[in-house]
Design a protein around this ligand. Structure first.
Ligand code: FAD
Length: 278
């Protein structure tokens, strides 16, 4: 069994050392059997998980896995940013997911002052080609965008600044991805645009997270999941089949890879990847 396209898995940083140990021993080790290209670890709003992200990434690398930190400028000055980049390079990191990042509420600095393009530029200036740089992309349009065209333009600016590949926000409508690939190609963007995939385990959690990041959960899907709400097994089976089917469509559309938002769980993701490989 082999994966039809390269896959990667995203974690959020556990709160403490025992949490990190559990993540590596119980989750990353299981997911690593699926042959991922890398694991990535998110970075909290405004740098709030700076140490946690660094510790999780180095823990994964020490356990023998490929790991990439998510990173954003937040409130850091240039010296703090370059020190972090140097520390990552010294720890054996060769891939970074470069983001503007979500700001914590009440955060005072300008919302757009430090966008991802600025970070990509800064990393290339300081670190040259030491890191493979991933950036975020939005097939369903970023909520801050003034228009679809403006959003695409910001994406292109990150690419022109030196991004190597992109990972999309998750979505459940394959047409949005197809349309985004077409618009990106027409704009002259030729880097791989890996599809972000969110396995579904719980309707309530899905709606909460999707509202936060403006990902659309189709009405029919919400109703279908609501009907199964009291039956955990049936919800899991339906969701795995639905997301497997979505992934198959994305691969048929030319997705160069799939990036799974695992929420630090291995069950649903493992079943989906096994279906794709089988
Ligand atoms: P940018 O590319 O800088 O901007 C996103 C959009 O905002 C642009 O496309 C544009 O529409 C608008 N915009 C940007 N600058 C301007 C401007 N000057 N004027 C007008 N409009 C502008 N968040 C976290 O906090 N931590 C994480 O670890 C994390 N990981 C993520 C991983 C992936 C793969 C994805 C898709 C998202 C992730 N996010 C994370 C969420 C992300 O930080 C938010 O979506 C954030 O609001 C935008 O980040 P960006 O890097 O896409 O920003």
């Amino acid at each position: 069994m082999s994966n039809p396209v390269p896959i990667s898995f995203e974690f959020f940083p556990p709160r403490d050392a025992p949490g990190r140990e559990r993540l590596i021993a119980n989750v990353a080790s299981k997911l690593n059997e699926l042959g991922p290209q890398f694991f990535s670890v998110t970075y909290g709003a405004g740098g709030t998980t700076r140490d946690g992200t660094h510790q999780a990434v180095t823990g994964l690398i020490d356990a023998g896995f490929q790991a990439a930190p998510h990173f954003s400028i937040g409130g850091d000055d240039a010296a703090e940013i370059t020190a972090t980049l140097d520390a990552y390079a010294a720890a054996g990191v060769n891939r970074i997911v470069a983001l503007r990042g979500d700001q914590p509420s009440g955060y005072s600095s300008s919302r757009f002052g430090h966008n991802a393009e600025a970070l990509v530029r800064l990393i290339r200036e300081h670190s040259g080609d030491k890191f493979h740089l991933e950036v975020a992309a939005y097939p369903e349009i970023h909520p801050d965008a003034q228009s679809a065209a403006a959003d695409l333009d910001f994406f292109k600016r990150k690419v022109d600044a030196g991004a190597d590949s992109a990972i999309t926000q998750y979505f459940y409508n394959a047409d949005a991805y197809e349309n985004f690939l077409e618009r990106s190609a027409a704009a002259g963007i030729s880097i791989p645009i890996v599809a972000g995939v969110m396995p579904i385990t719980n309707l309530e959690a899905l709606i909460r997270v999707s509202e936060k990041c403006s990902a659309e959960v189709p009405r029919w899907l919400r109703y279908a999941l609501a009907d199964l709400q009291d039956d955990e097994r049936a919800t899991a089976d339906f969701s795995v089949d639905f997301v497997t089917d979505l992934c198959e469509r994305l691969i048929a559309l030319g997705a160069p890879g799939l990036h799974f938002y695992t929420l630090n769980r291995w069950g649903a993701t493992t079943r989906i990847v096994a279906n794709l490989a089988g």
